[in-house]
Design a protein around this ligand. Structure first.
Ligand code: ADP
Ligand code: MG
Length: 700
């Protein structure tokens, strides 16, 4: 029975009444391949075409719904050559009205005198020609009383798919719904439906596409009717069940070594600690170390706003691992960042017996070979580098912990890479991108999460201002003043076009302009993605040691760079940056004890969205609030920039709208799995179906 229902839903659309190969191809391009795809896609909106009007009562300027008989029909040419108008006159007990369609000559074969029809469309006054319905939707009412689809009811409006109009889709969906068997299998447990008074799957699908006549139109358009909610929940429940399955499955793995923590190790950690941890750091460390001591690999996300101090937490975790005789890989998204981590970590570990190495793409062949040999033999304990580190030819002696900095979105994929190599280390992913709750529930639903909410003591929130370009002089004056007070400044340029050439030019010219005209007495450095690794390194080092006053940079400075004396960041063309990116950039300052400033310079006029972003920046420094606003401004599809592998494809769920249902689905799915724990074979099957359905290709 269940199999039959699923088979039916898997029917390719081509085999549905009224589809055929041409339309099927159009629908496929819109992502609709099967009956299930079609039925599990809500209309864009619903239109209220319920109220029939007597023809005599029609008002111009409003849509009207009328029913009557065709009194006459004609196709006529217009004064404009090549244009034809088809007209009918429809009459009811109260009067008659003309309906007119431009260039739809085929209607000649649709309408015939004496037919009973329903029309829905805007009523217009056409000068001396009087009132008419212009291009109305129509429906021929058969004499046997049938249900109308396009008129006389609440009507679903679909997004056009190639040549397949909303009206055609309405008909196709309607026919498809009629094929659903009354005992269509329902993936939701019946106790859940009863508790929430939700309709069955079949009833919900019917009502979501062709709502009953007493449905509330505004509720429908908010997608808040019981039928719609149930279908959204159904998708969320399927998603969360798969996520839980994956998590259970991962917990069947065993890692290479059991980690223990004793007094000796605690003392060793204290010895490297340069300051007192904040309560948030301490709590996060505790959660991580508890994971490390479990036999199953850790899969944890460490969230903390920029400057919250994630690095030291990672280092202490690494120390615990190394004390237990396993190696640690520490990865950052860019070479600049990995170099910075390397310098930082080797400084902190100087007094310890652990050896750190930096693996870059620029080492000579022989140097690299020597490095790889040391890693393979276990002589090196902590390896810092970019993501090439676990993806390339590096062979570890005993890899026990992988730390991934500022690259949350690749976490899942990297785990898959590791698994493919037969490695099951603990994985700690760190991010300063505050992740809105709903996204955390989906993208990271199978990660444990630690959050550092506090900042190291003595930090002052960064003051942020937004100014148009015309007031740039004031900003330069302010920068100068800050530098005279002992601070340093960043000036950042966006990627102007999809080419770093232009990007580079803007930054280079600005650096020259600063050096020659604006700040002739100051020391200016330039950092961009085209510099060789040593070049970047030198500039960063000079800036960090205070030998440069101003660092003019492209966005390479965005992530993780840490220079506590930097007190001002000027962002040029701030209107072009995404909100999270602006927040990241702002995080470059405010890292020391002094008051810091973020100046957003924009080129007027700016779009409403850009204005919204700048306003969010000046309103708050709270990363979580920024993230929520970003999600609202951009929608979830764009939250992480371009679409990412690992971001599920939802059909009905809207991450901005449906946060509550997602959270409930997670609870229910967890309760259900706890009640009847599936076998590992069942888990594997569930995961495979889940990955296919939500197009999560890289799941291992
Ligand atoms: P992020 O979380 O953005 O990676 P970092 O780890 O780079 O932050 O830390 C930011 C700065 O704060 C660094 O200079 C670091 O040394 C300092 N820091 C971190 N934790 C503390 C603390 N508990 N007390 C004082 N300073 C700290
Ligand atoms: Mg960091």
């Amino acid at each position: 029975m269940a199999v039959e229902s699923e088979d039916l839903l898997a029917t390719p659309l081509q085999f549905l009444k009224g589809v055929g190969p041409r339309r099927a191809a159009d629908l496929a391009r819109a992502g609709l391949a099967t009956l299930e795809d079609l039925l599990y896609r809500f209309p864009l909106r619903y239109e209220d075409r319920r109220r029939l009007q007597p023809i005599a009562a029609i008002q111009p300027g409003r849509p009207a719904l009328v029913a009557g008989r065709i009194l006459g029909a004609q196709l006529r040419t217009t004064r404009r050559p090549g244009f034809k108008v088809f007209e009918v006159v429809v009459g009811d007990d109260s009067g008659a009205i003309r309906a007119s369609w431009l260039n739809q000559s085929f209607l000649r074969d649709v309408f015939a005198k004496g037919q009973h029809v329903m029309l829905y469309g805007p009523a217009e006054l056409r000068g001396t020609a009087g009132m008419q319905l212009t291009n109305p939707q129509y429906e021929i009412l058969d004499d046997e009383e049938g249900e109308t689809i396009h008129t006389g009811r609440i009507v679903p409006v679909y997004e056009k798919a190639g040549g397949v109009t909303s009206k055609m889709q309405r008909k196709i969906v309607h026919d498809a719904l009629e094929r659903l068997p009354h005992d269509l299998e329902d993936p939701l447990p019946s106790r859940l439906l009863e508790a929430r008074r939700w309709p069955t799957r079949r009833a919900a699908l019917l009502a979501a596409h062709f709502p009953p006549s007493d449905a509330a139109i505004d509720e429908l358009n908010r997608f808040a009717t019981a039928a719609q909610q149930r279908l959204i929940f159904e998708e969320a429940y399927a998603f969360q069940s798969g996520l839980l399955a994956r998590r259970r499955f991962a917990s069947l793995d065993c890692k290479p070594a059991t980690i223990v923590v004793d007094d000796r190790i605690r003392a060793s950690a204290r010895a490297v600690l340069p300051f007192k941890l904040t309560p948030g750091q301490r709590q996060a460390l505790k959660e991580i170390v508890e994971d490390l001591q479990r036999p199953q690999p850790m899969n944890r996300l460490l969230q903390g706003d920029v400057g919250a101090g994630k690095t030291i937490v990672a280092l202490l975790s690494a120390l615990v691992a190394m004390e237990n005789g396993v190696q640690v890989a520490f990865m950052a998204p860019t070479e600049i960042l990995s170099e910075q981590h390397y310098l930082n970590l080797s400084r902190l570990l100087q007094a310890s017996r652990f050896r750190v190495t930096l693996l870059t793409g620029t080492a000579t062949e022989s140097a690299r070979r020597a490095q790889l040999a040391e890693i393979a033999s276990g002589a090196v304990h902590l390896v810092v580098g970019t993501h090439a580190l676990v993806q390339g030819d590096v062979v570890f002696h005993r890899l026990g912990l992988v730390i991934i900095d500022e690259q949350h979105r690749f976490g899942v994929m990297q785990r898959a890479t590791l698994r493919a190599k037969g490695l099951w280390p603990d994985v700690l992913v760190m991010t300063a991108t505050p992740i809105p709750r709903t996204l955390a529930l989906t993208l990271y639903g199978d990660l444990d999460v630690s959050v550092i909410r506090d900042l190291p003591p003595g930090r002052l929130p960064v003051k942020t201002i937004a100014k148009p370009e015309s007031r740039r002089d004031e900003i330069y004056g302010f920068v100068k003043q800050q530098i005279e007070a002992g601070r340093q400044a960043y000036v950042v340029f966006p990627l102007v076009e999809e080419s770093d050439k232009v990007d580079l030019k803007a930054a280079t010219e600005m650096a020259d302009h600063f050096a020659q005209d604006v700040f002739p007495s100051l020391r200016i450095g330039l950092l961009h993605g085209r510099l060789k690794s040593e070049g970047k390194d030198r500039v960063m080092r000079d800036f960090a040691s205070g030998e440069l006053d101003i660092l003019v940079s492209t966005t390479v400075v965005e992530v993780g760079v840490d220079v506590p004396n930097a007190g001002v960041i000027v962002v040029e063309h701030a209107e072009r940056f995404g909100l999270l990116q602006l927040h990241q950039l702002r995080g470059r300052v405010g890292r020391g004890a002094h008051q810091s400033y973020c100046c957003l310079v924009y080129q007027a006029p700016i779009s409403d969205d850009a204005r919204g972003r700048l306003k969010a920046m000046t309103d708050t420094t709270d990363g979580f609030e920024i993230a929520e606003r970003d999600l609202q401004l951009r929608g979830p599809g764009d939250f992480f920039g371009t679409r990412q592998a690992g971001v599920p494809t939802f059909r009905l769920i809207d991450l901005v709208r449906d946060g509550e249902l997602l959270a409930e689905a997670q609870r229910e799915a967890a309760a259900s799995i706890a009640r009847t724990p599936p076998s590992s074979t069942a888990l594997a099957g569930l995961m495979a179906r889940w990955a296919a359905r939500f197009r999560l290709i890289e799941v291992a």
